[in-house]
Design a protein around this ligand. Sequence first.
Ligand code: ZN
Length: 365
Amino acid sequence: MAVFVTHSVFREPGWSRLHPLSGNRQAAVIDICEMLQWFDEDHVRLCDFASRETLTAFHDADYVDAVRDASASGQVSADVRTRYHIGTMENPVFERVFERAAASVGGAIEAARCALDHGCAYHPAGGTHHGKRAEASGFCYFNDPVFAVQTLIDSGATPVLYVDIDAHHGDGVEIAFADHPDVVLISTHESGRWPHTGAGDGASPANAHNFPLPRGVNDSEFMFLIDGPISEIAAQTKPKSVVIVAGADCLDGDPLSAMALSNIGFWDAIDRIRSFAPTQVILGGGGYNPWTTVRTWAGLWGRLAGFDLPHSLPPAAQEKLEAMSCDLIDTEDMRPEWTTTLCDQPNRGPIRDEVKELARARVVA
Ligand SMILES: [Zn+2]
């Protein structure tokens, strides 16, 4: 059984209009799931805010307090901004930012517990994989995937395999579990993108396998890597649990990256990664095209919960998507199917030599 984990705070507006995460993706995912009648009490768990004590198991106490105080007062001093990178354009302070970040951690812990009980749990508001021990980074204040992985370690569901398919390298999680004997880390991400780590140049720890991908990766290329070297790493690891960061910025049409997966390719990849271990935690991540992100994360829940996915969305869902806006995408670049359909056309294509070479280089003997 699959469980959907959420919190009422994710229904609130959150980020300011000028931020790439403005426009509430989480509320829209839930609304569309409800419109498709995919939500019922048996499959939805409401999580708690992670407590200060819980948060300080990974994050420094003075950093946790700084995020809490900034959230409460709505402002930060220059010293706090410099030291913790909060109150910046990238990691702004907005109303209830602390609560939102604490709920993302509470949700990741709850998702790990639900996955241990039921097999699979999905927390689309999670996936803040850039968060550091004492520093906000890349729109991430705390690092909820770290808490999902740690909960699985503490429960003995080891080895834990972490697979991050967000378009950006999962640097915060890699740092947190560098050389950890019970964790194997895999990240696929677009080469040359921020945060410019995970380049496969030997700078990462030995338990981290990074796949920096060329621009425009299609469904066939992505599945080639999942079925090839990534499956081989999983076979060698023999994980008891898997944590997936399912950032939707690897989809075609994302304004902050240039990968080209269809949502069909994305869902198929996640199905395959789920098969690596009996206990599966699926978190969200980035995703800056609100239309492709919301359709994909809603559809992912439909797939996890075993529903048939309709091709066209019901009128209310279409209206919901039409009402969303995004300053990063020009009107002429909007595609009609982003508001009318749930499923993309698959984006299959040739497997380029550079992708084959990446696979060859990563095959573990
Ligand atoms: Zn990302």
